[in-house]
Ligand binder design. Structure first.
Ligand SMILES: C[S@@+](CC[C@H](N)C(=O)[O-])C[C@H]1O[C@@H](n2cnc3c(N)ncnc32)[C@H](O)[C@@H]1O
Length: 387
């Protein structure tokens, strides 16, 4: 596909997304139907679509109707692309620029907004204070890819060397002693020997840094209460030898965990609610609760525009219910670790304050924040123990 044809495809896919179809569904549907598109074409179209969604507000000039075409023109103009060349009307590319399109090109030389939904911006501002602007700007950029090195199987240095033999270039990330940033060849990671041998997993650096802050000791009994795909279970298992139990309200979310654990050389038991009630209390109950994901919105920019005040309210209820349930799963000297990838105070400190107001025998021994930067996603961790 020519660069212009990729732009026209992105325009058509964005129109479908604007009609309400989720971005992933639109992109997968197109990839299935378009056998002529190679992997580079797919990646380029995907990048166009996600760049627009990340900056959906600022790429649109004031008073311009939101269409796939107007959004793509705004994006390309903001990035300094040669619009006359791309919009030439040739081949499968988009039709030539109108007078209005050219006017937009000029407007877009300046940025309009921070690309946040109106109702979210004040909440983020109140939550982040002076750090708000830096965080909001970082959310408009593409996120880097990070790997977690499984220290039970190898070292960071050996992992760097092995990845290089498969065309994946990485550098040490200072945020965590397990973290590597991929600077070349991220798409080659799943087929690399390092991945197949269980030496590495894909995981953001702030999640790894949070796991490094947990009070983990060899021999502990650990429950990952909201395990999902099990990324945090594996990360905890990469740090200590112990007993690991995974649980999730939606067990199908854990379907890949046995294969991943096997690759990592970790034994993980998967328990439902009934099995958990028969278990003695755990030393650590890790609650990576469902949340707005606002610290990771640059990875799923579609979610940013879909997220509503009702969604937030429902999440707050689920988060407090999970914390209340976690109390029954932890032994008398154990710790509850509450984690979100949210930047919103409502989901973080306020949730902890409300928990302590409901459970006066509990105290918060530490909180940690990771801000959204070019280098890492936003993350929040609170450690709770009985007084
Ligand atoms: C943020 S995700 C977890 C991601 C996972 N820890 C990882 O590293 O891949 C939150 C998970 O909580 C689960 N969940 C939602 N409500 C729950 C509940 N009441 N009890 C336990 N898990 C719940 C969701 O199904 C989802 O998989």
């Amino acid at each position: 596909m020519t660069p212009a044809a990729r732009v026209q495809t992105a325009i058509e896919l964005l129109d479908q997304i604007l009609e309400g179809t989720p971005a992933e569904k639109v992109l997968t549907g197109w990839a299935r139907k378009s056998r002529f598109a190679g992997s580079k074409d797919r990646a380029a179209v995907r990048d166009h679509v996600f760049d627009v969604l990340r900056r959906r507000r600022s790429v649109l000039a004031a008073d311009t109707v939101e269409t796939g075409r107007s959004l793509m023109i705004g994006l390309l103009a903001q990035d300094g692309a040669d619009l006359e060349d791309l919009f030439s009307g040739q081949g499968y590319g988009p039709s030539v620029l109108s007078v209005e399109d050219r006017a937009m090109d000029e407007v877009m030389q300046s940025e309009r907004a921070l690309d946040l939904p109106d109702w979210v911006q004040p909440l983020l501002q109140a939550s982040l204070g002076d750090a708000f602007l830096e965080n909001a700007k970082a959310l408009r950029k593409r996120a880097p890819v990070f790997l977690r090195v499984n220290l039970q199987k190898t070292t960071r240095e050996a992992a760097i060397d092995l990845l290089r033999t498969d065309g994946v270039e990485t550098v040490v990330c200072p945020l965590a002693d397990t973290a590597l940033e991929v600077i070349e060849g991220p798409r080659k990671v799943p087929n690399s020997q390092a991945f197949k041998e269980g030496y590495i997993e894909v995981q953001d650096a702030s999640s790894q840094a949070a796991i490094a802050q947990l009070p983990l000791r060899d021999g502990m009994r650990v429950l990952d209460y909201c395990a999902g795909g099990g990324g945090k279970t594996l990360a905890m298992g990469g740090r200590i030898g112990g007993t690991f139990v995974a649980h999730d309200a939606l067990p199908q979310r854990m379907s890949d965990l046995p294969v991943r654990a096997d690759r990592a050389g970790l034994q993980v038991q998967i328990f439902d609610d009934n099995q958990l009630t028969r278990e003695p209390g755990f030393d650590l109950v890790f609650c990576d609760v469902p949340c707005s994901g606002s610290g990771t919105w640059r990875r799923s920019p579609d979610a940013k525009w879909r997220f509503s005040p009702d969604d937030l309210k429902a999440l707050l209820d689920v988060q407090s219910e999970i914390l209340d349930n976690a109390c029954d799963r932890v032994n008398s000297s154990g710790t509850i670790a509450y984690a979100t990838c949210s930047m919103l105070r409502e989901e973080n400190e306020n949730q902890i304050d409300r928990f302590i107001a409901r459970h006066s025998d509990w105290t918060c021994s530490a909180t940690h924040h990771w801000q959204i930067t070019e280098r890492c996603d936003g993350f929040f961790l609170a450690l709770l123990t009985r007084t």
